[in-house]
Design a protein around this ligand. Sequence first.
Ligand code: HEM
Length: 156
Amino acid sequence: MYEIIKLVHLSAAIVWVGGMTFMLYALRPAAMAALDAMPRARLMVAVMQRFFLMVAIAVLLLFTTGTNLYTTGFRSVKAATGVGSVPLGWNAMLVLGLLMFAIFGHIYFSGFRKFRRAVAEDSWPAAATAAARIHTLVVLNFGLGWLAIAALRLLR
Ligand code: HEM
């Protein structure tokens, strides 16, 4: 069962981090090069609408499976040694993961709402400001995601 839960966890991470890689380094630069501001903004609203729904599902899966893996690991060490503990990398993943969830919440409930409204109202300056804010936060989450994965692998 532990391995199945870990597979779900890993799959959700691949969808989220892989999706951010595609958005940041393929879709966004290509849209910047090929489209004018307003059609590009409309495309990005439609893309984000779909991608952020996937991320919301990934967040739910990462949280439920992650806390399950964490507590299972903690309990099995406690059963074997009498003292519960987990590797440092697991704690780093927990903290960085929770930070990533909070940042995503901010992107979804604040930045994306503003961006969508500005595009619906054809207000380019407001759309550009909101899009830039979303971009910064996605770059931040992308970095934190890789940091969490590196910490898990490298910190014992
Ligand atoms: C509440 C937040 C999270 C918790 C408590 C958590 C917990 C864990 C734990 C305990 C493991 C180790 C399992 C093992 O080695 O047996 C793990 C593995 C992993 N986690 Fe997380 N995690 C969280 C969020 C995230 C996030 C946001 C990402 C994506 C960036 C992520 C990506 C991964 C990956 C790629 C692995 C490696 C899976 C493997 O070795 O096959 N986790 N997580």
